[in-house]
Ligand binder design. Structure first.
Ligand code: HEM
Length: 478
């Protein structure tokens, strides 16, 4: 009997405890739950799965698996040592893009600041804000008009040196050479291929350092990246000093490249940029524009090899333009405006093989999104694939169909290879021009076929064919 009463007492105490616990642990009115998801392993979280799906060529798998399992709008994860929420779909993109500096701001892993320190000792965030104010002036369509002819000239030299009279070529390194040569010419007027090559090597080390594990020990890619960054910045400063003298002596033109523009443009208070500051801005442009555009050019070559009817459409459009030109006459702005089908093809390539998979933001306040609470300090990620490869926005998403970009094109916030809102890529128009000039010269000269039919794609962090896309070239005049 005694045992019975003791048990009854225990049950009573337990139920009182449980009810009190549930009473006091009830959410405060108005508070909401964190987004569903899992945080993975201690410290590394889900970083490995996130990276692995890219290495296997399907970065969208990380996103879609979790959208299906947890929530199609936002899910929780843990990436690069940080608590994170991935915002999905057009609504997620719109939310992050339109809340810049209200609820969210740009965020980079701290390793980026080490490789890419700012001369003015401010953080990369503040530098980016300054950069954003200046860049549109240098990269807006009107400013780019006069660069088209220069792009055409460099492209001709690039194709003559790297492609012509060769049976086979490997496309990715060539595309990198093309975009880097253009950038050297248009940003700082370096045109001599030997000088371009001298900068390319440290620059590639710098770019690999940015995406490496941040261990600063002799010989690590991160350490090499820091050294390369110092070297490139020094080189740029000496170019800037020389240019200042040339401008003063009338030996350089105020409009010849982006460097001249930066030296001669003052801010709203009439202040000109410091030399090191300009070096950093140019370095930022080189980093932002180099591998992205070369990845896009490489995938254009890949898809045109696989889709003869698409190749034919691009060829027809480009040959009409080529035939309209006099001997030696360079491409101009109006020619590029006529390349409508070619640009639709390039957009479809950017949809299917987006050079950047997405970007991070940081929550600068606690806020609620779609019924879930997002704590201040969390890292937020938008993913191009959550819309680009989503049948809700692009029916039969794996099908290559340039007509998706005809008329008014995809719905707002669904096609986002360049991001959106105030942080949208400032080099978008520059990229459009360099990609179209590349397509013009490519199809005008060659047909080609892939030498590895099922070449694997690796996304690390940009998509590239695992062997660099070797192709067999067939010049048109043969
Ligand atoms: C196909 C080529 C390109 C693609 C797909 C691309 C894509 C992007 C994306 C997605 C962002 C990030 C937006 C965000 O944070 O939400 C970005 C930023 C940036 N891009 Fe591009 N980009 C390309 C070419 C270029 C070129 C040619 C330049 C330079 C001339 C450039 C300069 C930059 C810079 C400086 C930023 C940082 C802007 C900021 O932090 O506010 N990009 N780009």
């Amino acid at each position: 009997m005694e045992v019975f009463y003791v048990s009854l007492l225990c049950i009573f105490i337990s139920s009182v405890f449980l009810s009190l616990h549930s009473l006091f642990s009830k959410k405060k009115p108005g508070s909401t739950a964190l987004p569903p998801g899992k945080t993975g392993w201690p410290v590394i979280g889900e970083s490995l799965e996130f990276l692995q799906t890219g290495w296997k060529g399907h970065p969208e798998k990380f996103i879609f698996d979790r959208m299906t399992k947890y929530s199609p709008t936002v899910f929780r994860t843990h990436l690069l040592g940080e608590k994170a929420a991935v915002f999905c779909g057009a609504t997620g993109n719109k939310f992050l893009f339109s809340n810049e500096n209200k609820l969210v701001q740009a965020w980079w892993p701290s390793s980026v600041d080490k490789i890419f320190p700012s001369s003015t000792q401010t953080s990369s965030k503040e530098e980016a804000i300054k950069m954003r104010k200046m860049l549109p002036n240098f990269l807006k369509p009107e400013a780019l008009h006069r660069y088209v002819g220069i792009m055409d000239h460099i492209a001709q030299r690039h194709f003559a040196d790297g492609w012509e009279n060769r049976g086979n070529v490997v496309v990715f390194p060539l595309a990198k050479n093309y975009t880097f040569w253009l950038a050297c010419r248009l940003f700082v007027s370096i045109e001599d291929p030997k000088q371009v090559d001298e900068l390319a090597e440290p620059f590639n080390l710098l770019a690999s350092g940015l995406i490496s594990i941040p261990i600063d020990l002799p010989g690590t890619p991160f350490n090499k990246g820091i050294k390369a960054s110092n070297f490139v910045r020094k080189e740029l400063v000496s170019i800037i000093k020389r240019r200042k003298i040339d401008l003063a002596e009338g030996k350089a033109s105020p409009t010849q490249d982006i460097l001249s523009h930066m030296l001669l443009t003052s801010d709203e208070n009439g202040k000109f940029m410091e030399e090191l500051d300009i070096a950093d801005k140019i370095l930022g442009l080189l980093i932002g524009g180099h591998d992205t555009a070369s990845s896009a050019c490489t995938f254009i070559v890949k898809y045109l090899a696989e889709l003869p009817e698409v190749y034919q459409g691009v060829y027809k459009e480009q040959m009409e333009i080529a035939k309209s030109k006099g001997p030696g006459e360079l491409l101009n702005w109006d020619d590029l405006q006529k390349m409508k089908y070619s640009w639709n093809v390039a957009c479809e390539v950017l949809r299917l093989a987006s050079p950047l998979q997405g970007a991070f933001r940081e929550a600068i306040a606690d806020f609620a999104y779609n019924g879930f609470s997002i704590p201040k300090g969390w890292k937020l990620y938008w993913s191009a694939n959550s819309t680009h490869k989503n049948p809700e926005f692009f029916p039969e998403p794996q099908k290559f169909d340039p007509s998706r970009f005809e008329g008014s094109g995809p719905a707002p916030y669904t096609f986002v290879p360049f991001g959106g809102g105030p942080r949208m890529c400032p080099g978008k128009e520059y990229a459009r021009l360099e990609i179209l000039v590349f397509m013009h010269h490519l199809v005008k000269r060659f047909r080609w076929e892939k030498m590895i039919p099922d070449e694997k794609i690796v996304v690390d962090p940009m998509p590239i064919p695992a062997k660099g896309l070797p192709v067999r070239l067939f010049p048109h005049n043969n």
